[in-house]
Design a protein around this ligand. Structure first.
Ligand SMILES: [Zn+2]
Length: 406
């Protein structure tokens, strides 16, 4: 297959991404506050359009809830791995990087990577840990949801440039390349519901050099074999000492929560859920845990996200009024505009609903899943919100009082 054809194949995948609702954020300018990055293009897919998906894409989890999770046969694993490697390597080629993608398949994830093997194994363990936690969260909230029949795709790059190449391709094919130059922030990872890919890079910026110095196996013993638990723990301990390790982990968990939300059927991949809820949910799961073996673990009561809380306090201390809450309920515009306040207030809204209004929150989540209000209809959105939580004015008063009490 020639390079052109490969690019065209990848382009077909990327074209479907016109509807993506990727989300991301970049490292903070201060230790306490993060800047949400620009989302990728968010045009909606026209009704009735059936995208011409590639075999690789067909093989991924679907939007429909799976009846059961099925273990893959060796043959299926091999087929999926090959298709993902072709797609992944085409991105490396666009980024002028060596086509050296490898693939690790677990029961729930297919991880394509050009980092070291030990780093990819840590990612595999972390993704499983978060997926386990997400399943426990669904059970706790009495929400049904099962793993997709096919593994979820994670594209992991050692280099930022490869992730940028992926993103630029999506923008170019969407005819929105000029928007890339105009935005203030760049993503540190994203998930695209339409093509169902999570895309991240090693923000500790150690993996490229590690592969160059030690080879893909990261200079470990028992080359080519899976790591033992003890080896994995040592690897995770070393990773925690790297610069930007916490932010790296939290970005992965954030994007992964999006991917799980869509693949377990909690959210619909047609983008019908309000952005404050979609983003707030991802930020609810974010907080890392330096004492956890992998750097993150699920807690039965999800903790305060201290960085988002600091951001919320900054907002609350400086805002002239609480109109952003009404705006978030009625529209996705504040998130689209990448307002810092919009992200932090979205976390606070979801945290409050989760902690203090859980029954109403579950009703809202089910409504967003089963009968969502049109995302671009402010009146319908507010009506849908009030159906679950009561009058917005009273909700706001109780919400602000609770946040003040923390
Ligand atoms: Zn997000």
């Amino acid at each position: 297959m020639s390079t052109t054809i490969k690019f065209r194949d990848y382009g077909a995948i990327a074209l479907i991404a016109l509807t993506l609702v990727a989300c991301a954020f970049k490292p903070s300018f201060s230790a306490e506050r993060r800047v949400p990055s620009s989302d990728l293009p968010t045009e909606r897919e026209p009704d009735g359009v059936k995208p011409n998906v590639s075999d690789a894409l067909k093989a991924t989890g679907t939007n429909k809830r799976a009846k059961s999770s099925a273990r893959l046969t060796e043959e299926e694993r091999e087929k999926l791995s090959q298709a993902a490697t072709v797609e992944y390597n085409s991105i490396l080629e666009i980024a002028n990087l060596e086509r050296n993608g490898r693939v690790k398949v677990t029961d729930r994830f297919l991880i394509a990577y050009n980092t070291s093997d030990p780093y990819a194994e840590w990612i595999a363990a972390l993704t499983d840990e978060v997926a386990d936690g997400f399943e426990r969260f669904l059970r706790k909230m009495k929400l049904d949801g099962e793993p997709p029949k096919r593994p979820m795709y994670v594209f992991l790059f050692a280099q930022r440039s490869a992730m940028d190449a992926f993103e630029q391709t999506l923008y170019r094919l969407a005819g929105k390349l000029d928007e890339l130059g105009n935005r203030q922030n760049t993503p540190s990872g994203f998930y695209t519901p339409t093509v169902n890919r999570m895309v991240i890079y090693d923000q500790t910026e150690q993996e490229e050099a590690r592969v160059e110095l030690s080879g893909a196996d990261g200079d470990r013993k028992n080359k080519g074999k899976n790591m033992t638990r003890a080896q994995l723990t040592r690897e995770a301990r070393e990773l925690k000492t790297r610069d930007n390790a916490v932010y790296n982990t939290e970005t992965i968990v954030h994007e992964l929560t999006h991917q799980l939300s869509y693949n377990y059927g909690l959210l619909r991949r047609d983008g019908s859920a309000p952005s404050w809820y979609v983003e707030g949910l991802a930020m609810l799961f974010e907080p890392s845990d330096g004492n956890a073996p992998l750097g993150w673990r699920y807690k039965n009561v999800l903790p305060i996200n201290s960085k988002r809380y600091a951001g919320f306090c900054h907002y609350a201390n400086n805002a002239r009024d609480s109109s952003i809450i009404d705006e978030l309920i009625a529209s996705d515009q504040p998130i689209r505009e990448l307002s810092l306040d919009a992200y932090d207030v979205s976390w606070a809204l979801v945290y409050y609903c989760y902690k203090k209004r859980s029954k109403e929150f579950v009703k809202f989540m089910k409504l967003c899943r089963d009968n969502p209000a049109p995302v671009d209809d402010p009146v319908a959105r507010k009506k849908s919100f009030e159906e679950c939580f009561g009058k917005t004015s009273e909700f706001k008063t109780a919400f602000l009082k609770y946040m003040k009490s923390l």
